[in-house]
Ligand binder design. Structure first.
Ligand code: CO8
Length: 259
């Protein structure tokens, strides 16, 4: 598939870099974006050489929200369908077998903040701005922002942002733990690349498993999650396993040779 909105690049280390490239509309999310995002995920999901996916935006926005021009004429069932399509797409980002990093270069508002929250963690430019301003438009978040924001930053801070529509800067987002790191704009790409390369250098099965066990464990009970952890821990042992190579490399004071 050729993409109109997404620019994709895959490095030899297995870093997939995805840039949302509709800067004239501040990368607002329309149906074409979701179609393309699903096509990209269809390509990346079954590819075992993908170590990390980075999602970023072109220009002064990461994403300034769902496309208001596309939404304005929708009726109730179309509104619900647009919400469900976006939710399903963001769930696929969250459930991706590899870690997904949001590199937030600018505005991450409404659906843009929701997209960032569906990633595993967020690195922000000091110029980035965050918010859920839907109530300004007589709307509420529709891409599971009501659910992810409260889980990430706690109920009271989430409801403060959701009801006031306040736009916060990167430092405040860091304080709220909405983002994990803030860097100067000119360093965003190199810093995110450094983090992605660091992840790519680890045991590839271990990285995928630690993500899936942590994510799945959040949806089930502590006891079930612990059981899942023990099962997956076990799969990393044994002759020829990744754990065996990693532990032997440590004891032999050499770099592991992952398969
Ligand atoms: N949708 C469509 N177009 C947009 C959007 C958007 N969300 N944001 C910006 N644009 C367009 C502007 O209309 C403008 O287009 P044009 O040049 O043709 O007039 C262009 O991008 C540049 O924008 P501005 O001129 O406004 O740029 P400024 O630097 O002056 O302002 C802001 C930047 C503050 C980010 C401003 O653009 C803004 O307030 N944008 C809207 C932010 C917003 O309200 N986002 C939330 C949208 S609602 C949402 O995301 C709901 C998610 C769940 C939906 C579920 C589906 C049903």
């Amino acid at each position: 598939m050729t993409y109109q909105i997404l620019k994709t690049q895959i490095s030899e280390e297995g870093i997939a870099w995805l840039t949302i490239n509709r800067p004239q509309a501040l990368n607002a999310l329309n149906t074409a974006f979701f179609d393309e995002m699903n096509a990209v995920l269809d390509e990346l999901y079954p590819n075992p050489s993908i170590k990390v996916l980075v999602i970023t935006g072109e220009g002064k926005a990461f994403v300034a929200g769902a496309d208001i021009a596309e939404m304005v004429n929708k009726d109730q069932s179309e509104g619900q369908a647009f919400s469900e399509y976006g939710q399903q797409t963001f769930d696929r980002i969250e459930r991706a077998p590899f870690p997904v990093i949001a590199a937030i270069n600018g505005f991450a508002l409404g659906g843009g903040c929701e997209l960032a929250m569906s990633c595993d963690f967020r690195i922000a430019s000091s110029k980035a701005k965050f918010g859920q301003p839907e109530v300004n438009l007589g709307l509420i978040p529709g891409y599971a922002g009501t659910q992810r924001l409260s889980r990430l930053i706690g109920m009271a801070d989430a409801l403060y942002l959701l009801t006031t529509a306040e736009i916060i800067d990167a430092q405040e987002a860091l304080r709220l733990k909405l983002v994990q790191k803030v860097v100067e704009p000119e360093n965003l790409e190199s810093e995110v690349r450094k983090i992605a390369l660091s992840i790519a250098s680890k045991g590839p099965n271990a990285v995928r498993k630690v993500k899936s066990v942590t994510r799945k464990g959040f949806q089930i009970s502590f006891a079930q999650g612990s059981l899942l952890e023990a099962e997956q821990f076990g799969t990393l042992f044994g002759p020829g396993s990744e754990g065996e190579e990693g532990m032997k490399a440590f004891l032999e004071k050499r770099t592991p040779n992952w398969k």
